[in-house]
Write a new protein. Structure first.
Length: 210
């Protein structure tokens, strides 16, 4: 049987032949061939992939719905805060598919309060700060926190055993201490004036002391 000329082939046969040729090439030769004859297609494909990689995180961030955001200052980075996030979320028993609890462990008190100041800004989603006494005083001087007596109301006396100088001290709560989320004492919990989730912060406290 005489070989078919390319001009006699159907488009399907031409594509099959081209695919076979590409498969027969190995390594560098295949790359060079594709770059020579399919450069435009490859560039379009790269742009498409880049756009997908750019858009997907944006969409995911838009869909996120933090129901509680805690800034954990000077966190013990070996502690499993991701597990704690999930446990708190389960306790809150939220129904939203994209609801989440966020524990931000990036802030430190090592003389640089830039990150901490950012967390306290109105644009930040942070609801409460967990920190040492010096950091708590820094924030308190800026009138960042809601007074615990005002926040707890009639339940204030139920939590006095977990307080130091009228402030919730997580180091007095066994569930917190057992997991070593922080390596200092006292561990103050301050609820920010700007929070939109004060009830959720109280549920977090309820979870720890149940």
């Amino acid at each position: 049987m005489s070989p078919k000329y390319e001009s006699d082939m159907t488009q399907k046969e031409k594509r099959a032949q081209e695919l076979q040729k590409i498969k027969s090439l190995k390594g560098k030769k295949r790359v060079e061939y594709l770059w020579t004859y399919y450069r435009s297609f490859l560039l379009i494909l790269l742009v498409f992939v880049f756009m997908i990689c750019l858009i997907v995180p944006i969409i995911q961030n838009i869909q996120r719905n933090p129901v509680l955001t805690l800034a954990l200052v000077d966190a013990n980075l070996e502690a499993d805060t991701e597990s704690l996030e999930q446990k708190i979320l389960n306790y809150l028993d939220t129904s939203g598919k994209h609801d989440e609890v966020v524990i931000d462990t990036t802030a430190t008190s090592s003389g640089n309060y830039v990150k901490l100041a950012t967390l306290l800004l109105a644009e930040s989603d942070t609801d409460a700060v967990i920190c040492n006494s010096d950091t708590y005083e820094f924030c308190k001087q800026k009138d960042c926190f809601i007074d615990w007596q005002k926040l707890l109301g009639n339940d204030y006396s139920d939590y006095e055993m977990y307080m130091t100088d009228g402030v919730i001290d997580l180091s007095k709560i066994p569930a917190w201490q057992e997991e070593n989320y922080t390596l200092y004492e006292p561990v103050y919990l301050g609820v920010l004036q700007k929070t939109e989730h004060p009830e959720t912060v109280l549920l977090f406290l309820e979870y720890l002391t149940q």
